[in-house]
Ligand binder design. Structure first.
Ligand SMILES: Nc1ncnc2c1ncn2[C@@H]1O[C@H](COP(=O)(O)OP(=O)(O)OP(=O)(O)O)[C@@H](O)[C@H]1O
Ligand SMILES: Cc1cn([C@H]2C[C@H](O)[C@@H](COP(=O)(O)O)O2)c(=O)[nH]c1=O
Length: 207
């Protein structure tokens, strides 16, 4: 049986990535694929408990980075790896690129420490496709302010998000074989057209 593919959605808070998870899941199902849609931090009972803590409690930066990877270890063991082994496709709202962007870029934790954790937690697995929803900070901020009570990360200042976005873009340049940058300033319909094109290409390459 062919093993499934692993697609991740990334971007600064408010870029609009979560809006498109259901759309991409449905596109994949239309191609006859079984899809597991999940998120980080989260995706398991333990991961969701860690998410509550991570999104609402202050903590040492290294504690934050290690808890992100601890939640990820459980997520991989319980959800992602079994699904891929069954031949299902996994789409995750964030994965390790978020730790590099937020804890590495935004909070300036040395990237070598994150690379060590990544080597420990998933030495042999990387996403097949990472969709990076990219928008200027002001656009993301306006979208967030319009809709919700802000969590610990969403309350960070512009400098934090500028550094987070810059690290995402740096990683996209470093790993061009798996990153696709989506101009997320466009309308939802325009973005969905682009996503449909990318997913059709991926399914065709897999056939
Ligand atoms: N292309 C778009 N144009 C206008 N508004 C959008 C667009 N995409 C998403 N939105 C709106 O912006 C808000 C944030 O979107 P969404 O929750 O998808 O962002 P996100 O990147 O997943 O944020 P977070 O990571 O903080 O959850 C929502 O109210 C959503 O309806
Ligand atoms: C996986 C991961 C996430 N974060 C941050 C990024 C967001 O602010 C929240 C998750 O909330 P979302 O609305 O579901 O996007 O957590 C992080 O800092 N580091 C990570 O590794």
């Amino acid at each position: 049986m062919a093993s499934g593919k692993f697609i991740t959605f990334e971007g600064i808070d408010g870029a609009g990535k979560s809006t498109h998870i259901g759309f991409v899941a449905e596109l994949l199902r239309q191609h006859g694929l079984t899809v597991v849609a999940t998120r980080e931090p989260g995706g398991t009972a333990l991961g969701e408990a860690l998410r509550e803590v991570l999104l609402h409690q202050k903590m040492h930066l290294e504690t934050e980075a290690m808890l992100m990877f601890a939640a990820r270890r459980e997520h991989l063991a319980q959800v992602i790896e079994p699904a891929l082994a069954r031949g299902d496709w996994v789409i995750s709202d964030r994965f390790s690129d978020a730790t590099f962007a937020y804890q590495g870029g935004g909070r300036q934790l040395p990237l070598a420490k994150l690379e060590a954790l990544e080597q420990w937690v998933h030495p042999h697995l990387q996403p097949d496709l990472t969709l990076l929803f990219d928008v200027p900070l002001e656009v993301a901020r306006t979208r967030l302010d319009a809709t919700r009570t802000l969590d610990k990360f969403e309350q960070e200042k512009a400098d934090f998000f500028a550094a987070t976005r810059a690290e995402y873009l740096r990683r996209a340049a470093q790993f061009p074989e798996r990153f696709q940058i989506i101009d997320a300033t466009r309308t939802i319909a325009e973005i969905q057209q682009t996503l449909a094109h990318i997913i059709a290409g991926l399914c065709k390459a897999d056939a």
